[in-house]
Write a protein that binds this ligand. Structure first.
Ligand SMILES: *[C@@H]1O[C@H](CO)[C@@H](O)[C@H](O)[C@H]1NC(C)=O
Ligand SMILES: *[C@@H]1O[C@H](CO)[C@@H](O)[C@H](O)[C@H]1NC(C)=O
Ligand SMILES: *[C@@H]1O[C@H](CO)[C@@H](O)[C@H](O)[C@H]1NC(C)=O
Ligand SMILES: *[C@@H]1O[C@H](CO)[C@@H](O)[C@H](O)[C@H]1NC(C)=O
Length: 630
């Protein structure tokens, strides 16, 4: 006796396949499934239990079939068809998912199954004799396998996909790998066999069908033309055959910049105008070369090539913010001498990448034309400053000097000169309005004003009456026109008992003149027939002189005062001299050497003359001898 099992799933499989969503009945596929099942059934024959075992160990049932149906039959070969045997089923799903016809041994499903939930059921079968209630076969275990159908949609993992690749990258550069999974049985048929394809993004990108590796398929993708692509990749199960499920995902691909563009000027020539009086450092203009790259790849430096001039008139600086070339004036302009400049300018990328362009292609040249504009400029003095000298005795009308100014403009307007009045308060000088000749207008006195710093204005007589001014420094040179004098009102006295040879007074002199080599005073006595027996003057050779007594017998009783004329001469050329008469009093000098009231009172007391009379005598009789030696 032995168990037999027959499979009755053929119809069920065929029926099920017809309800695949979007699918079509594919005869050859269902046939193939059936063949596989036969094969599986055949191979599970149990040799060990050859005598009394199950003939088939496994039954198959397709998942997702909503219709309850017979999937197989168990039969003991002792069952002669007289319904004497009772079949019983136990184990996983018995009575709930599967039931057995106790008379025929037919096993049927009770509900639809989901392989992805449970892929097989382990069950036990019993055959019991209804008469004896004894098992006619030993209980045996068998398996019902749930057969996969393609009821799961492949799902992309790790979304979203974002990638960036450098522009100009070679064909085949990996962009991203997309991966999808499918919950269906990877071992059964093609239900979980996935194939990738491109829905959007061709011809720039392609995907390897099996790996999902997205690669570039277009040479020279240019970021400057387009910097982002949305690549839609589809995955299909069933190896992409119709009737399968599919999903899609998007890979966002950004192109990163490479230095594949050099700077380019929009024009062959840029023209600028600048007034001739523009200050150094003035911005003449800006130029800009375009570079479609970004960031570091767009950075450039400008330069000028002005080989006509050793010291360039213009310089160019690169504005780091805007990448513009800023042209600056670096030398004064003069419309009257040069009106036009043509300069070669260049822009060069700071960083070059010779994989994409040649070294030369990373630079571009243009020409700058600078037109100098005429400006009505004020007259310019021939000298920025004038310093002249004039002797103080210069006669009125003496020419001190000539200032000159010129209108630098092409119009060359005539100019009128004038002296700024506040700078010439004493009206000591005047200027010829037409030729700039400055002459002495009044007698000069160096001792009153030794400098005359006059401001001279030059004014254009036509057009805008522009003017400029200059300071003329006039130094008045000294002339020896002052007589030297004693430094103060000396009141010398001589004590009774003074010895011959004693110095009774030290003299010094003053002179308002200012000789170049300094003052030299000469002191002397008035030349007389007889030598003065009482006093003498000793010139000390240092602009001082001493009055020295010549005898030692001075007494007030004898005489109370003596007159001593002193001649003082300077060293000018010609020299000037003057004579002062000093009154020397005789004093008792008690206590010793002391003459408390000086010579004046002593004399008044002894002489009995009034003080008034005395003062009249004491006035220094200074005579100015202006006897110039011509
Ligand atoms: C059935 O499947 C085979 C391959 O398995 C295929 O060549 C054929 O075109 C399919 N038929 C239909 C009607 O889909
Ligand atoms: C300047 O002009 C005055 C008056 O017109 C004339 O006397 C004088 O000679 C001129 N001087 C010069 C240097 O031309
Ligand atoms: C004139 O200029 C001279 C030299 O610069 C200067 O020494 C003098 O003080 C000035 N005099 C006046 C009155 O400005
Ligand atoms: C010198 O002194 C004497 C005596 O006092 C006097 O007579 C004489 O006039 C004096 N001479 C002169 C030059 O002062």
């Amino acid at each position: 006796m032995e168990w037999k099992m027959s499979q009755t799933t053929f119809l069920a499989v065929v029926t099920f396949l017809s309800v695949i969503p979007g699918g079509m009945l594919n005869e050859s596929r269902s046939t193939k499934g059936l063949e596989a099942q036969h094969l599986a059934l055949g191979s599970t024959y149990l040799h060990r239990r050859l005598k009394r075992g199950w003939i088939w160990k496994q039954l198959f049932v397709p998942e997702e079939d909503p219709t309850p149906r017979v999937i197989g039959q168990l039969k003991s070969d002792s069952d002669q068809g007289e319904r004497s045997i009772k079949y019983l089923l136990s184990g996983e799903g018995a009575g709930d998912v599967f039931e057995i016809d106790e008379y025929s041994g037919e096993i049927r499903t009770l509900k639809k199954l989901d392989r992805e939930e449970k892929s097989f059921y382990v069950l036990q079968a019993q055959a019991i004799s209804r008469r004896s209630n004894e098992p006619v076969e030993p209980e045996s275990e068998f398996i019902i396998k749930v057969q996969d159908i393609n009821d799961n949609v492949p799902q992309f993992q790790n979304e979203p996909y974002v990638s960036s690749i450098p522009e100009m990258c070679p064909i085949g550069t990996t962009v991203a790998q997309v991966t999808a999974t499918d919950a269906d049985d990877p071992m059964f048929g093609n239900n979980a066999k996935l194939i990738y394809s491109i829905l959007q993004g061709e011809p720039y990108f392609s995907v390897e069908p099996k790996t999902g590796n997205v690669v570039t398929s277009w040479p020279n993708m240019d970021r400057e033309a387009r910097d982002q692509y949305l690549v839609v990749v589809q995955v299909k199960d069933m190896l992409g055959l119709s009737g399968g499920y599919s999903s899609s995902t998007t890979v966002t691909v950004s192109l990163t910049d490479v230095n594949d563009n050099g700077p380019t000027f929009q024009h062959h020539m840029y023209t600028f105008a600048i007034p001739e009086n523009a200050a150094i450092g003035t911005t003449v203009g800006r130029i800009m070369a375009k570079d479609s790259d970004i960031g570091i790849n767009a950075r450039m430096t400008y330069s000028l090539n002005d080989d006509q001039e050793k010291i360039p008139t213009f310089i160019i600086k690169t504005d780091p913010e805007t990448q513009e070339g800023v042209i600056l004036l670096d030398k004064p302009l003069d419309y009257e001498s040069k009106r036009r400049y043509a300069i070669a300018a260049e822009a060069a990328n700071d960083f070059v990448d010779t994989r994409f362009l040649t070294f030369e292609e990373f630079r571009d040249r243009t020409t700058l034309r600078v037109v100098v504009e005429d400006v009505d400029e004020p007259p310019a003095f021939l000298s920025p400053v004038y310093t002249w000298k004039v002797p103080e005795n210069a006669a009125v009308g003496t020419v001190v000097g000539i200032v000159g100014a010129r209108d630098t403009d092409t119009a060359n307007n005539p100019i009128r000169y004038s002296i700024h009045k506040p700078s010439n308060p004493t009206k000591a000088f005047q200027i010829d309005p037409s030729n700039g000749t400055i002459t002495v207008a009044r007698g000069l006195d160096r001792e009153a004003a030794d400098w005359h710093n006059v401001t001279v204005e030059a004014k254009e007589t036509t057009q805008n009456h522009l003017s400029s001014s200059v300071v003329v420094f006039i130094k008045v040179l000294d002339i020896n026109d002052n007589v030297p004098r004693l430094a103060r009102d000396y009141q010398p006295y001589i004590c009774e008992g003074t010895q011959a040879g004693e110095v009774i007074q030290l003299l010094s002199g003053v002179d308002p003149d200012e000789p170049v080599e300094g003052h030299h005073f000469y002191f002397s006595m008035v030349p007389e027939k007889n030598i003065n027996p009482n006093f003498t003057i000793r010139d000390n050779q240092d602009n001082t002189a001493s009055i020295v007594s010549r005898r030692s017998t001075f007494t007030r009783k004898d005489r109370t005062h003596y007159f001593l004329p002193v001649v003082l001469a300077d060293s000018g050329s010609p020299a000037l001299s003057g004579t002062s008469t000093l009154t020397i009093s005789v004093c008792s000098c008690q206590p010793a050497g002391h003459c408390p009231t000086g010579g004046v009172e002593a004399m008044a007391l002894s002489m009995g003359v009034s003080l008034q009379t005395l003062l009249g005598i004491l006035v220094c009789l200074v005579t100015f001898s202006a006897d110039r030696l011509s």
